[in-house]
Design a protein around this ligand. Structure first.
Ligand code: PLP
Length: 394
């Protein structure tokens, strides 16, 4: 016998993967240059050369020390470096003891959820939300409560958050810059959310945490900055990842930061470490802890992603599509002209344009297109988008 909900999760195909695999099969039939695959969020700019150089330097180290187990939360060098960098950038006093290295944001989020999943726990998801959150929560047994999207500005319906808070609410998941909308939450939005969470935490007698999922933190355009959430709401835990920022999602490296200002921070950190252990975490890859620790100044190639973002947004808007203007990350949501995202996805697919309906992101009526693609592919796809627009009479 197996656990039914895990069986379902293991056999259900993700829409993103399904479209991606279809794209590869279709490329073999019609030619790679005639398929416009906007389905997946795999970084399209090369990993910075400094990463390979650091790997080379590290490989000259004593191999036993380099490849051995590190402490569960990470080796001293790596935790010290990340803590110093965060302190410098945010002005918050972050200590190495606040940092716990993980194999990326996915296990970071899962460990945090697990640590907070007391009996009847509820986690609040702000639509549109990353479609994997319900899967992360599935291992905890907690309930996910969805706050519907603000489909005008794609900020947060703070009133709707307030209405849904119960005494079981343990955390609100915040993801800014956002996947799938590309929107960066404004300071005003975060302040309004903080005000409600502070008031409600007092009312229900325990802190409601923010789990701030930040794999796109430095992927912001037009001179914007993603806010340091703990400065606005102290009861915030950060889950960070190098997957997108340094274009290395296959290497599995990221960290959790539980700042001292967070309520019950020492116990929360310890519970997260315990939850990670229960999930089979031993330590994050030793080599990659050291690589990121030595490269805290590296930033993604924003110009390439920005060009893609601007081109796709401008061209699709010109064709008459309603697009959510991304301010960060590398995704763009387009409204299905008749509100039917599934039909929009299928019509696009018939023209070899592959996107992902946002129903799985809690936001039906929209389709997500990833802009981490080649600029050339965007240009080649425009005649097909023109046909798609015409099919709606735009
Ligand atoms: N959170 C968000 C919002 C994401 O978009 C992703 C990956 O696409 C993840 C978490 C998981 O990232 P990682 O590769 O660090 O596990």
């Amino acid at each position: 016998m197996v656990v039914e909900r895990f069986l379902k999760m293991g056999t259900a195909r993700s829409r993103i993967r399904e479209q991606f695999e279809y794209g590869m099969a279709q490329a073999a039939i019609v030619g790679k240059e005639n398929v416009y695959d906007f389905s997946i969020g795999n970084p399209s700019v090369p990993t910075p050369a400094a990463v390979a150089e650091t790997v080379k330097e590290l490989l000259a180290m004593d191999p036993i020390a380099l490849h051995g187990y590190t402490p569960a939360g990470g080796c001293a060098e790596a935790r010290e470096s990340i803590a110093a960098d965060l302190t410098k950038r945010t002005g918050d006093q972050i200590r190495p003891e606040n940092i716990f290295f993980t194999c990326g944001a996915a296990p970071a989020m899962t460990a945090c959820m697990q640590a907070l999943a007391v009996e009847n726990a509820e986690f609040m998801l702000l639509a549109p939300y990353f479609s994997e959150y319900p899967a992360y929560a599935a291992s905890t047994g907690a309930k996910c409560v969805v706050v519907p999207a603000d489909t005008e500005h794609f900020q947060v319906h703070v009133d709707e958050v307030e209405k849904r808070i119960t005494r079981n609410t343990q955390a609100v998941i915040v993801n800014s810059p956002n996947n799938p909308s590309g929107v960066v939450y404004s300071v005003e939005t975060l302040q309004a959310l903080a005000e409600v969470l502070t008031r409600k935490s007092e009312e229900i007698g325990h802190p409601i945490y923010i789990l701030s999922d930040e794999p796109y933190r430095e992927l912001v355009y037009d001179g914007l900055d993603a806010a340091y959430v703990p400065a606005i709401y102290p009861n915030t835990v950060i889950c960070y990842s190098y997957s997108k920022i340094l274009s290395m999602p296959g290497e599995r490296i990221g960290y959790i930061c539980v700042p001292d200002r967070c309520a019950d921070s020492a116990n929360l950190y310890a519970a997260i470490a315990g939850a990670a252990r229960a999930l089979g975490h031993v330590c994050a890859p030793s080599l990659w802890q050291r690589v990121v620790a030595r490269n805290t100044e590296l930033r993604p190639d924003l110009a390439t992603y920005d060009r893609n973002r601007v081109t796709l947004y401008e061209e699709l808007t010109k064709l008459g599509f309603r697009c959510v203007k991304p301010q960060g990350a590398f995704y763009m949501m387009v409204a299905a002209p008749d509100g039917n995202s599934e039909d929009f996805t299928q019509r696009a697919k018939a023209l070899n344009i592959l996107g992902v309906p946002c129903d799985g992101f809690g936001c039906p009526g929209f389709v997500r297109f990833s802009t981490c693609v080649s600029h050339d592919m965007i240009l080649r796809s425009l005649p097909a988008f023109r046909k798609l627009a015409a099919s709606y009479g735009l």
